[in-house]
Write a protein that binds this ligand. Structure first.
Ligand code: FES
Length: 135
């Protein structure tokens, strides 16, 4: 198994590590098979992710995926954030090895979970109204 230079670089120098004390939303995702855990913290201003950080207990691919995800998320609207896919994370890392693709899925799930947590706490709904869980 070979990691791309980008993966190794994010693993060695992960961006936005740690908790955000005053996070507006916290998301979690766990790997069913490996038991790894990814936690994502977001701050939201005017429907836009203004700050984001992560704490991940996991493999190198999960750490790199978390790190690049924080870069992909900053400045996105909540609607755009929930559309982030593991393919996008994978591309931003110049490709994960096949057997590590599931690690980028954790990132996608953690983002959705963080936005959902924010919406629950702040009583907001997605702009398109397609999701009626908060009615
Ligand atoms: Fe668990 Fe990578 S092996 S997230």
């Amino acid at each position: 198994m070979t990691y791309s230079t980008k993966v190794l670089e994010h693993f060695a120098n992960p961006r936005n590590v740690g908790e955000l004390d005053d996070a507006d939303g916290i998301g979690e995702a766990g790997g069913a098979k490996c038991g790894d855990l990814m936690r994502l913290y977001i701050k939201v201003r005017d429907n836009v992710i203004s700050d984001v950080s992560f704490k991940t207990f996991g493999c190198a691919a999960a750490i790199a995926a978390s790190s690049v995800t924080t870069e992909l998320l900053k400045g996105r609207t909540l609607e755009a954030a929930v559309k982030l896919t593991n393919d996008e994370v994978n591309e931003a890392l110049d490709g994960l090895p096949e057997e590590k693709l599931h690690c980028s899925v954790l990132a996608e799930q953690a983002v959705k979970s963080a936005v959902e947590d924010y919406r629950k706490k702040h009583g907001t709904r997605p702009e398109n109204g397609a999701d009626n869980r908060y009615e």
